[in-house]
Design a protein around this ligand. Structure first.
Ligand code: PLP
Length: 369
């Protein structure tokens, strides 16, 4: 049996009539740039995320860079970022000429260790960027408290966390501005690159909208230099259809996670994900910490089971950041986990037989049935 890490075809098959109709609608009205679906989607996303505003953009990466730019992050500034994340979390800081300051993670949740943030704050620190990794919210109480105490912006990287909740509040509704990704494999995935920004604050909405449109306001008048970072109308039309199913899909992922938890917990040699009771985890990824990852990976490969390592190299050890002079041993939890995490197939349509085969194969590897 071949078990891919994810299979986007199953979801398309189920929604084909609706999605094809939505796309055809855009073909017919031909407003490919900033068409009516973009505005409609923004209203629905703001409602979904329980924020005042949502702004559609071309990717999660663009969402984050525009968020930081809108807050005035510039060369010389420092932004606190967890070292264990997708590259974009730090890349956007560097692209604005600012300096990412890396913090280690909490071994249990994989999220930034908020107890270690304070010691990294300097007079140059302008913002904290928590990442809600794998779909579980970071420790937002502590982060918002630090933000108030030190007068720092909070930009949530909610790329993996649309619909995740922290104490009944939506991820992406805590910080000054938040960025989301609709990369095809994210929980709300487009048919290409897409993303959006949320904020509750009136003072940022105008600059956010301007920055995605070359900084123009009105058209052809540029008080600032922005980006070409619009959300495609076709992508918006697709996302409008999919958004209706998102909560169902989260629930389906959570049921699959529960099965993995039940079947795999207690096996010596691996640890299933830890979830705080106050968190609603949307399981963008289901990630184990394992002994002998290389061996397990080989066994999964042998059995044609898809898996991935998110992420094999912590950001502070990336070659592009060598001038920041971090070295091995600086952020030991992330360094250790980078060598021992492995993510398993989890998506709403994951067939039962596939999941059972993944579980059997892992149990077999760790010698327990
Ligand atoms: C996916 C992702 C991004 C970037 O989103 P894109 O839409 O791929 O640009 C940023 N941060 C995290 C944590 C992500 O998972």
């Amino acid at each position: 049996m071949k078990v891919p890490l994810f299979d986007l075809k199953l979801q398309y098959k189920a929604l084909k009539p609706e999605i094809d109709k939505a796309i055809e609608g855009v073909f017919e009205h031909t407003q490919f740039i900033m068409g009516p679906e973009v505005k409609l989607l923004e209203a629905k996303l703001a409602e979904y995320c329980n924020t005042k505003y949502a702004v559609g953009v071309s990717s999660g990466t663009d969402a984050l860079i525009i968020a930081l730019h809108a807050l005035g992050i510039k060369p010389g500034d420092e932004v606190i970022v967890p070292t264990f994340s997708f590259f974009a979390s730090a890349g956007v800081v560097a692209r604005l000429g600012a300096t990412p300051v890396f913090v280690d993670i909490d071994e249990r949740t994989f999220n930034i260790n908020a107890n270690q943030i304070e010691q990294k704050i300097t007079p140059r620190t302008k913002a904290i960027m928590p990442v809600h990794l794998y779909g579980q919210a970071a420790w937002m109480d502590k982060i918002m408290e630090l933000s108030k105490q030190y007068n720092l912006f909070v930009v949530e990287d909610a790329a993996q966390a649309i619909g995740a909740r922290y104490r009944d509040r939506m991820a992406g509704s805590f910080g000054h501005i938040s960025g989301f990704s609709c990369f095809p494999t994210k929980n709300l995935g487009a048919f290409g690159d897409a993303g959006f920004i949320t904020t509750d604050k009136d003072e940022y909405i105008e600059i956010l909208r301007k920055l995605r449109l070359h900084g123009a306001q009105p058209k052809y008048h540029h008080a600032l230099v922005g980006y070409n970072a619009r959300l495609d109308t076709i992508q918006a039309a697709i996302l409008l259809v999919k958004l209706n199913y998102l909560n169902e899909w989260h629930e389906a992922r959570r049921r699959k996670a529960e099965i993995y938890d039940r079947e795999l917990s207690g096996i010596s040699g691996l640890r299933t994900p830890f979830v705080y009771e106050h968190n609603y985890h949307i399981y963008h990824q289901y990630t184990l910490i394992v002994e002998n990852r290389q061996g397990l990976a080989a066994r999964l490969k042998e059995n044609e089971i898809g898996f991935e390592t998110y992420y094999p190299v912590p950001l502070h050890l990336q070659e592009c950041f060598k001038d920041l002079h971090y070295k091995e041993g600086d952020l030991p939890v992330a360094e250790r986990l980078a060598k021992s995490v492995i993510s398993l197939p989890i998506y709403p349509e994951l067939p039962e037989s596939h999941q059972a085969f993944v579980i059997d194969t892992i149990k077999g590897f760790y010698n327990r049935r």
